[in-house]
Design a protein around this ligand. Structure first.
Ligand code: NAI
Ligand code: MG
Length: 488
């Protein structure tokens, strides 16, 4: 169900120190609907001064927030979870309007609420250790908040990233400045969330939500001397810049959740229908705009023809492109013009490098929205750009292999290592791949976006640094202090 939202009612100001404020230089930027290409809203862009003020607010609020009882902090998180759930339809509508995710596919607010629920009760599991191993001493460790945490998030699942970074940071006593992405949806969503934060009456400065571009607000946060942890999700390129900024400033702790070029390997003993269904929905989900999407499929040559025919039939029939507000649509437009252009460019490159077996013959047009049709390439050379670079659209390559050794080497021939899958009924073989695949998550007879809330999520190699998850994320936001107590 959607709700009707008039453009004037969309909050687009910055949220700092408990108040909505206009940008200090009154600068705004325009968000266009990726379906109608019409203006959705004009959003306030955080200036350098605004970004610094947001950090100041967070810094000022932190000691009192950390001094609260754990369940008092949890109480605010719980209330936020409840309110997010009540506004689910509104979030779905804003997301469809601004970024193009079909309302029929919208699960993000529900997941965001669950994460806040979880962390509303998780605080007491923050525990140090004690030791009697040094004669004459009782020693212990304290786990203490860092202070100000910055979160920089992308546009593809904004409210989910908001929760996975902000909730664990807050529950253990940090305060947060979150910068949303300049691409439509996220901004709106995060700012709408800020409205709920205000409604609940979080102490001012505990959560600050600003929107703006990498230059200037993203760069200021990553160089800021008072930001002690920066948790980032987005492109590898930006991840590098953030790491560099951290090392040039205060050596802040940086967590990076970056891109992927995830492979799925399908052996001839696998349940082929299941493998087709899983891998196809993986690359189609969110119009291919998912870090862990399966974008390389390796099928054993003995079943390659059958697999490819099934995959092609499913990809062309199951994607219903259209207005993201329409309940029958399951495949929306790409997020914006830049994304549409990038993907279109890769499709043209792919046509030179290999064979397109599904897709549009003519270059994608954007006359009726930033749509890209499901696209399949076959038999691409391993060093082709469409095999090595993240396309971030509904574009998949299906290649074939003969032996285990060969396919393991090919699957690992990537600077990315976020998610990898193997489909086989042979347990010993599955375990050889579990061990050998260079990826932060390996799926056996399942694939992305399947994850488990309590398991660590993150990347090997260029796909990132650090892990997130319900069991491990609080740790990311806690310093460890060793206390030595000499006893008489
Ligand atoms: P991006 O990495 O430029 O943007 C992500 C966030 O970083 C945004 O909030 C942006 O404002 C911020 N940012 C940009 N430059 C910055 C800087 N120098 N310092 C600090 N923050 C900065 O990604 P973009 O341009 O939105 O998408 C480009 C490509 O990145 C996509 O085509 C896709 O390949 C990849 N990507 C991967 C994501 C993932 O889930 N791992 C999410 C979004 C994008
Ligand atoms: Mg960018």
């Amino acid at each position: 169900m959607t709700v009707s939202i008039s453009p004037e009612s969309i909050e687009t100001r910055l949220f700092m120190n408990g108040e909505f404020v206009e940008s200090s230089n009154n600068k705004t930027f325009e968000l266009l609907s990726p379906k109608t290409l019409k203006l959705v809203a004009k959003v306030h862009e955080a200036s350098a001064e605004d970004t610094n003020r947001a950090v100041e607010s967070a810094k000022a609020a932190q000691p009192a927030w950390a001094a609260l009882r754990t369940e008092e902090r949890g109480f605010y998180l719980k209330k936020l979870a409840d309110l997010i759930r009540q506004h689910d339809n509104e979030f779905a509508t804003l997301e469809a309007l601004s970024m193009g995710i079909p309302v029929s596919e919208y699960w993000q607010a529900a997941q965001c609420a669950k994460t806040f629920d979880h962390y509303s009760e998780a605080g007491y599991s923050n525990q140090g250790t004690t030791s009697l191993n040094t004669p004459g001493f009782i020693n212990m460790t304290l786990r203490q908040p860092y202070g100000v945490v910055a979160a920089i998030i992308p546009w593809n699942y904004p409210i989910v990233f908001f929760a996975s970074k902000v909730a664990p940071a807050l529950t253990v006593g940090n305060t947060v400045v979150l910068k949303s992405s300049e691409k439509a949806p996220l901004t709106l969503q995060s700012i709408r969330l800020a409205g709920l934060i205000k409604q609940i009456g979080f102490p001012p400065g505990v959560i600050n939500v600003i929107t703006g571009f990498g230059n200037i607000s993203g760069a200021i946060l990553s160089h800021h001397m008072d930001v002690r942890v920066l948790s980032f999700t987005g492109s590898t390129r930006t991840g590098r810049l953030i790491q560099e900024a951290a090392s040039k400033s205060n050596l802040k702790v940086v967590f990076l959740e970056l891109g992927g070029k995830s492979p799925a390997i399908v052996f001839d003993d696998a349940d082929l229908e299941a493998a087709v269904s899983d891998t196809q929905s993986s690359i189609q989900s969110n119009s291919g705009q998912t870090c862990m999407a399966i974008s390389r499929v390796y099928v054993q040559d003995t079943v390659a023809r059958k697999f490819t025919a099934l995959f092609k039939a499913k990809f062309s029939s199951s994607a219903v492109l259209g207005d993201p507000m329409h309940p029958d649509t399951n495949h929306g437009p790409q997020a914006d013009q830049v994304q549409h252009e990038n993907i279109s460019r890769y499709i043209e490159i792919g046509k030179q490098e290999s064979t397109m077996i599904l897709g549009s013959d003519s270059p994608p047009s954007n006359d009726s929205g930033y749509f890209i049709k499901p696209t399949i390439f076959a038999d691409a050379p391993e060093d082709a750009r469409i095999m090595q670079e993240e396309i971030f659209g509904p574009v998949v390559v299906i290649n074939t292999f003969t032996t285990e050794e060969e396919v393991l080497q090919k699957a690992n021939n990537s600077e990315f290592g976020l998610y990898a899958s193997v489909y086989t009924k042979d347990l010993d073989r599955a375990m050889r791949f579990v061990r050998g695949l260079e990826a932060g998550t390996v799926g056996v007879n399942c694939t992305s976006p399947t994850t488990a809330k309590d398991m660590p999520f993150g990347g090997y190699k260029g796909s990132g640094i650090g892990r997130e998850g319900w069991v491990c994320s609080m740790d990311n936001f806690l310093e460890t202090k060793t206390v030595l107590i000499k006893t008489g």
